[in-house]
Ligand binder design. Structure first.
Ligand SMILES: [Zn+2]
Ligand SMILES: [Zn+2]
Length: 149
């Protein structure tokens, strides 16, 4: 516990106790989908997801209690690059790489369209409880850059 770090009283933003990344706040619905009952009992009902792909912490709370990505019952993106980016519809980085290689956007666009539909369950399925569209778009841009370099 770093006592030198004083949080401003009216701030709700929390930073990962391991890597210092700004956490993405997640609610009970998201935690219920990704953690075991036992793990949920160890942290608060409202916690944070650490968005850094390199950090081993998946979730942490304001008391700096953590659940590691390796302890989760299912791997999550971006902690595991092979896990579906959109857990709603199972789009993976490999699917996007295939699009880029074929010079099409079929799979990527279909996933983005579905992610905006009422069938999307990002609040439960995405590790950070948010829409997976920004992750899909970012991954597509990364793959495209990697492909043309
Ligand atoms: Zn972290
Ligand atoms: Zn989604």
């Amino acid at each position: 516990m770093n006592k030198a770090f004083i949080r401003e009283p009216d701030r709700t933003v929390d930073y990962c106790p391991r890597c210092g990344s700004k956490g993405e706040s997640v609610g009970a619905e998201t935690l219920a989908a990704h953690l075991t009952d036992e793990q949920r009992g160890k942290i608060t009902q409202t916690a944070n997801f650490c968005p850094s792909p390199r950090c081993e912490v998946a979730y942490f709370d304001a008391f700096e209690r953590v659940v590691l990505a390796a302890e989760l019952p299912r791997p999550v993106y971006p902690k595991d690059a092979a896990a579906p980016i959109c857990a709603c519809f199972g789009l993976t980085r490999e699917d996007i790489e295939r699009d880029v290689r074929e010079g099409v956007v079929t799979r990527t666009r279909a996933a983005i369209e579905k992610a905006g539909s009422p069938a999307a369950r990002c609040a439960q399925r995405a590790a950070n409880g948010r829409s997976c569209v920004p992750h899909i778009q970012k991954c597509y841009m990364q793959c495209r850059q990697a492909g043309t370099d």
